[in-house]
Every structure is written in structure tokens, then in C-alpha cells.
Design a protein around this ligand. Structure first.
Ligand code: PRP
Ligand code: URA
Length: 213
């Protein structure tokens, strides 16, 4: 498994605003999109391309175009939806499939509650979007699901990860072509499975459903 942690002051600056508990949902949503566009640049480094002949106003030349089958972007509902626009802005020709997953907050086990993806993912490069990699259970279930459907490689873009979750995904995907691109690798998981320092519940902060204090 390849792991890339962004090391860029703009990413850290935007993450700092995102982490701040006083940042309101509209700002949180805008920043999540901006961050994914910055991370997508690294995440798409190995996207498959093929040579194409074109003619500039001056001369014939050979360029590169994204190959078929087109990459498949898979936001994990609900929080991953907040990263979709930022990603498709960078690869507008990609296709999009949806996986709905929820983590049981008592057992921390993930469950898939919705899916809308092409049935056959043979030969596809998939890009999973989920802001939080905590225990790693949700991401691992998504990765297994995509490989079971025939995907040849999975790149996950996450804003934050806990070292425990990253290690769990690595241990379970040893023989697979998996890349993880992170905005930051945080300190640890707390006793209830939240990333520390983290940013809280990403879905609630994106969509304004935080419980009253
Ligand atoms: C959050 C997050 C990840 C998952 C991470 O989703 O968006 O999908 O938890 O936790 P894990 O690594 O321990 O599995 P959540 O289940 O809260 O659903 P939501 O996106 O609908 O809020
Ligand atoms: N899900 C979140 O949204 N945040 C965490 O810190 C852990 C799981």
C-alpha cells in the first residue's frame, strides 16, 4: 500500500480552519471541496493515460488523454459527498458511483446501506472519497467491495486519518494495488473511535446536523 501525506502549507492552513469547532457548515463545505482538489492532484498521479495525436495551430504533436475505461469516483455517503465536486472538477470525464455506508457508533462496525455503481468494474481504477479514516473499517469494506466487483486499483482520498486505522487498512490489503492520499495523519483514535485531534463528526459538520450542546 502506498501512503501519501500532503506536506503543503495551504493544505495545513485549510485543515486548521476545518478542524476549528466554530467553523460553520457553509465554510466547512467550501473548504472540504478545496482540499480535495488539492489532494486530487497527487491522487491522480498514476491515472491511466494513452497517447493521442493532435494538431496545434503550429504543428502536429502527440499528447496524452485519460484512457478508457474512465476512472470511477466513489464518494462514501454521506460525508464523502462533500468531496465529490472538488474531485470531478479535476477529472470531469470520470464516472461516478455511490456507496452509502454507516458506522455503528457502539460497535464501530461499518454497514453498506446503499449502492449505485456499475456492476462490472473490470479493469477500473477507482477513487474513493471519504474525509475520515478512523478505525479504517469503512474504508476497508469499501475497498473490498470494489475489488470484489473487479476493480484493478483503488486510491482513497481522505482529509484525516488515525495511525491505527491506516495500519489496519495496510494489514488487510497487502496484495492489492491500494494508495491512500491524506491531508494529515493525526495523533490517535480516542476511546470512542474518534480521530484526535480530528475535526469531530465530518457528516454532521458538513450538513449542519450537530447535536445541540
Ligand atoms: C464516518 C466517516 C467514515 C467513517 C470512518 O462516517 O465519513 O465513513 O465514519 O470511520 P471508520 O474508519 O471507523 O469506519 P459515518 O459512519 O459517521 O457516516 P456519515 O458519513 O453518514 O456521517
Ligand atoms: N467519523 C467521523 O466523522 N469522525 C471521526 O473522528 C471518526 C469517524
Amino acid at each position: 500500500m502506498r501512503v501519501h501525506v500532503a506536506d503543503h502549507p495551504l493544505v495545513t492552513h485549510k485543515l486548521t480552519v476545518l478542524r476549528d469547532r466554530t467553523t460553520p457548515s457553509p465554510t466547512f463545505r467550501a473548504l472540504a471541496e478545496e482540499l480535495v482538489t488539492l489532494l486530487a492532484y497527487e491522487a491522480t498521479r498514476e491515472v491511466r493515460v494513452e497517447p493521442v495525436e493532435i494538431e496545434t495551430p503550429v504543428a502536429k504533436t502527440t499528447g496524452l488523454a485519460i484512457s478508457d475505461p474512465k476512472p470511477l469516483i466513489v464518494p462514501i455517503l454521506r460525508a464523502g459527498l462533500g468531496m465529490l465536486e472538488g474531485m470531478v472538477r479535476l477529472i470531469p470525464s470520470a464516472e461516478v458511483g455511490f456507496l452509502g455506508m454507516v458506522r455503528n457508533e457502539d460497535t464501530l462496525e461499518p454497514a453498506i446501506y446503499a449502492e449505485r455503481l456499475p456492476k462490472d468494474l473490470s479493469n477500473r481504477q477507482c477513487f474513493v472519497l471519504d474525509p475520515m479514516l478512523a478505525t479504517g473499517g469503512s474504508l476497508l469494506a469499501a475497498i473490498e467491495y470494489l475489488f470484489d466487483r473487479g476493480a484493478v486499483g483503488v486510491t482513497a482520498v481522505c482529509l484525516l486519518a488515525a495511525p491505527e486505522g491506516l495500519a489496519a487498512v495496510e494489514a488487510a490489503t497487502k496484495d492489492r494495488d491500494v494508495t491512500i492520499v491524506l491531508g494529515a495523519l493525526d495523533e490517535k483514535l480516542n476511546e470512542v473511535g474518534y480521530i484526535v485531534p480530528g475535526l469531530g463528526d465530518a457528516g454532521d459538520r458538513l450538513y449542519g446536523t450537530l447535536p445541540a450542546e
